[in-house]
Ligand binder design. Structure first.
Ligand SMILES: [Cu+2]
Length: 163
């Protein structure tokens, strides 16, 4: 339904996916001391030219002995935030809201270009490179986890693999 509206963002995500960096720039650890859950490598894409949607990425590490589940995401910078996944529809990769995201005990889930991602809608002020976008992830067990997503471009330049 939103495929047309989101086409520029999708193209951006796919372009980023084409060269997934093998080694992300190490971001600050322990951004969200949430006990059993650790959020790593969080970042959000800038929104040039009046775009009012953006994508965010992060890795959720569940160090607990029980599974947890991401139940909602919110940000004061966006009207709403959804978790999306990429799926093939015929020959076309499309995004759609993901089913409730479960993080198994001891597992980590990557939200990364080309796959799962956060989708920001109704952005009121542009995401500018260098600033941080505050996001609250709410988990079934761990509760609310606040995390800052630095706004930056995808790190595709530095570490191309076998292309
Ligand atoms: Cu999306």
């Amino acid at each position: 339904m939103r495929a047309f509206f989101l086409a520029p963002v999708l193209a951006f995500a796919l372009a980023a996916a084409a060269c997934t960096p093998a080694a992300e720039a190490p971001s600050s650890e322990a951004e969200a001391p949430a006990g059993r859950l650790e959020i790593r490598d969080a970042w959000a894409a800038p929104t040039p030219g009046g775009v009012t949607v953006s994508a965010g990425y992060l890795t959720i590490v569940n160090a607990a002995s029980e599974a947890d589940r991401l139940v909602s995401v919110a940000s004061p910078r966006a009207g709403r935030v959804e978790v999306h996944e990429m799926v093939m529809s015929g020959d076309v990769m499309q995004m759609r809201p993901a089913a409730s995201l479960e993080i198994a005990a001891g597992a980590e889930v990557d939200l990364a270009p080309g796959g799962l991602h956060l989708m920001f809608y109704e952005i009121t002020a542009p995401f500018a490179e260098g600033e941080d976008v505050p996001v609250t992830l709410t988990f079934e067990r761990a509760g609310a986890v606040d995390v800052s997503l630095p706004v930056r471009r995808p790190a595709t330049e530095s570490s191309h693999g076998a292309h």
